[in-house]
Design a protein around this ligand. Structure first.
Ligand code: UDX
Ligand code: UDX
Length: 479
C-alpha cells in the first residue's frame, strides 16, 4: 500500500514537529497538518519562519525546507481528511477536569470528536494512526466509532506513540532510538497498514529501530516509558532531600550510581520537580487504569511518583520562605525561567507555576524572566490555577524581558529552568544590585556555587547543604 497523502489532526508540540520531519524526509508524500485553532495555523503559515508557534531547536529550518513543497498547514479539516490515505490523530488528551475519573483519567473528548469527523468525511479506505498518548484499548473505541458511524469504508487503526522530548524534538525524530508501531497483524489488511507506516519511517531510520507490536502493547509501552522516566526523577529527588540533611552531594551520588551500566546516567538530574504535558498526565492515567482493574497496589506504587514530585516543588518554595527569615511578604523574588525545561517555550505543568503560586500565597512580589515564554502565557498559567483573581495575579507578579532588571533590588533569586544563558550572567553585577543578604535558590543545580559564594551570595541548591563564603579562620591571639 503506497501512501501519497497524509493528514495530521492537531498542530501542537507533537503534531507540528513530527509532520515537519516526515515531510522533510519523504518529499514524495504530501503532508497536511490541520487544527481547529485558526491563530495556531496562521502562525505555522507565517511568512517569517521564525514566528512558527512552537520553539524547538532546528525546527524552523525543517519547516522552511518543506513548507509549500509537500508540507501544508490548514484549518480545512474535512478537505485534508478526505484527501488522505493515512490520518494521524495528535490532538490533546488532558487529564479530565469533570465527572468520573476527574483529576486522573485522560479526557478523550477530542479523540472521539476526531473519530466521528473522520467517519463522516471518509469516502475511501483509510489508515488511522493514534499519535496522542491514550489509555490502553482506546483503539477499540476508535474502531467501533469509525465502523459504526462511517460510510462503509474500511479503517485500519495503528498505534504509533511519540517518544520525542521537547527541546530536542527534531533530533529525537530524525535520530529516534526506536519507533513503535502497534497494529493488527492477524489480518492481511492489518499487516499492510503496519508496513505502510514502517515504510514511511524507513525513509530515514534503519529497519531494526522500527518495532512492531500489537496495538495494546504499543499503547501501554508509551505510558510505561513515561512512568519509568518520571520515576527516576522522583527517585533522585527523594535522595536530594536526604542529601541536604546528611551532607552528601546529590550530583556526586547521581554520578556514582549512573556509572553502573545497569542503572545508566540519564534522567538522574535532581531538580525542583518534573513538569511537562506528559509525565504527570500519563502516570495519573496509569493509576486510574490500574484502579479500574482493582489493582490497588500497582496504582499506589505509581501514584507515589507524583506525590514525591509535588512534595519537591512545595519544599523548594517552603525553603525560600524559611531562609528569608520566615516571611516573604512584600519581598521581591526573581524567578529565572518559567518553561518546564530549557530550549522550549512550553509551560504545561511547569514547576515554576507552582512555586510562584506558593510564594504569592505568602504575599511575595514575584518578577519573572524567561528567554522564550511570552508574558500572556505566564499569566494564563497562573489564572488557570485559580488561587486568586486575574487582577491580583497581574498586580503581584510582573514579567520582564531582561534578567538584570528582574534581579534588581530583589531579596532572592530562584532558578526554575536550566537555560544555558543563566550560567553566563555577570553574577557579580547581579549581586551588587540586590538587597542584602542576597539569596539564590538554584532549582536546577546549574550555577557555580563557589564563584557565587565569593561574590557574597547565600546559596541553596537542590540536594546540597546550604553554601556561603567560608569565613576567614579566626587567628589565635598569643598573649
Ligand atoms: C498532545 C498531548 O499533550 C500528548 O499527550 C499527546 O501525545 C499528543 O497531543 P501536544 O501536541 O503537545 O500533545 O498538544 P497541543 O500542543 O495541545 O496540540 C494539540 C492540538 O490539537 C491543538 O493545537 C488543538 O487546537 C488541536 N485540536 C484539538 C484540534 O485540532 N481538534 C480538536 O478537536 C482538538
Ligand atoms: C517526556 C518524555 O521524555 C518523552 O519521551 C515523551 O514523548 C514526552 O514526555 P518531555 O516532557 O518533553 O518528554 O521532557 P523530558 O526531557 O522528559 O523532561 C520532563 C521533565 O523532567 C522536565 O521538567 C525536566 O526538567 C525534568 N527532568 C528530566 C528532571 O528534572 N531531571 C532529569 O534528569 C530529567
Amino acid at each position: 500500500m503506497k501512501i501519497t497523502n497524509i493528514c495530521c489532526i492537531g498542530a501542537g508540540y507533537v503534531g507540528g514537529p513530527t509532520m515537519a520531519v516526515i515531510a522533510q524526509k519523504c518529499p514524495e508524500i504530501n503532508v497536511t497538518v490541520v487544527d481547529i485553532n485558526e491563530a495556531r495555523i496562521a502562525a505555522w503559515n507565517d511568512e517569517d519562519v521564525e514566528n512558527i508557534p512552537i520553539y524547538e531547536p532546528g525546527l524552523s529550518e525543517v519547516v522552511k525546507e518543506a513548507r509549500g513543497r509537500n508540507l501544508f498547514f490548514s484549518t480545512d479539516v474535512d478537505a485534508a481528511i478526505d484527501k488522505a490515505d493515512m490520518i494521524f490523530i495528535s490532538v490533546n488528551t488532558p487529564t479530565k477536569t469533570y465527572g468520573i475519573g476527574k483529576g486522573m483519567a485522560a479526557d478523550l473528548k477530542w479523540i472521539e470528536l476526531c473519530a466521528r469527523q473522520i467517519a463522516r468525511v471518509s469516502k475511501n479506505d483509510k489508515i488511522v494512526v493514534e499519535k496522542s498518548t491514550l489509555p490502553v484499548r482506546t483503539a477499540e473505541a476508535l474502531k467501533s466509532i469509525l465502523d459504526n458511524t462511517g460510510n462503509g469504508v474500511n479503517f485500519q487503526i495503528l498505534s504509533n506513540p511519540e517518544f520525542l522530548a521537547e527541546g530536542t524534538a527534531v533530533e529525537d525524530l530524525q535520530n529516534a532510538d526506536r519507533v513503535l508501531i502497534g497494529g493488527d497483524s492477524t489480518t492481511a489488511a492489518g499487516q499492510d497498514a503496519i508496513q505502510a507506516l514502517v515504510h514511511i519511517y524507513n525513509h530515514w531510520l534503519p529497519k531494526e529501530r522500527v518495532l512492531t507490536t500489537n496495538v495494546w502493547s504499543s499503547e501501554l509501552s508509551k505510558l510505561t516509558a513515561n512512568a519509568f522516566l518520571a520515576q527516576r526523577v522522583s527517585s533522585i529527588n527523594a535522595m536530594s532531600e536526604l542529601c541536604e540533611k546528611t551532607g552528601a552531594d546529590v550530583n556526586e551520588v547521581a554520578r556514582a550510581i549512573g556509572m553502573d551500566s545497569r542503572i545508566g546516567p540519564k534522567f538522574l538530574k535532581s531538580s525542583v520537580g518534573f513538569g511537562g504535558s506528559c509525565f504527570q498526565k500519563d502516570i495519573l492515567n496509569l493509576v486510574y487504569i490500574a484502579k479500574s482493574y482493582g489493582l490497588n497496589e500497582v496504582a499506589d506504587y505509581w501514584e507515589q511518583v507524583i506525590i514525591m514530585n509535588d512534595h519537591q516543588k512545595r519544599r523548594f518554595a517552603a525553603n525560600i520562605v524559611s531562609n528569608l527569615y520566615n516571611t516573604v511578604a512584600g519581598k521581591k523574588i526573581a524567578l529565572l525561567g518559567w518553561a518546564f525545561k530549557k530550549d522550549t517555550n512550553d509551560t504545561r505543568e511547569t514547576a515554576a507555576m507552582y512555586v510562584a503560586d506558593y510564594l504569592l500565597n505568602e504575599q511575595a512580589e514575584i518578577v519573572v524572566y524567561d528567554p522564550k515564554v511570552k508574558v500572556e502565557q505566564i499569566y494564563a498559567d497562573l489564572d488557570y490555577l485559580g488561587s486568586r483573581s486575574r487582577e491580583e495575579n497581574r498586580k503581584l507578579l510582573t514579567v520582564v524581558n531582561e534578567p538584570y532588571e528582574a534581579c534588581r533590588d530583589a531579596h532572592a533569586i530562584a532558578v526554575m529552568t536550566e537555560w544555558d544563558e543563566f550560567r553566563t550572567y555577570d553574577w557579580e553585577r547581579i549581586y551588587d544590585c540586590m538587597l542584602k543578604p542576597a539569596f539564590i535558590f538554584d532549582g536546577r543545580n546549574i550555577l557555580n556555587i563557589k564563584e557565587l559564594a565569593n561574590y557574597g551570595f547565600n546559596i541553596s541548591s537542590i540536594g546540597l547543604p546550604p553554601f556561603r563564603k567560608e569565613k576567614e579562620p579566626q587567628k589565635s591571639i598569643v598573649i
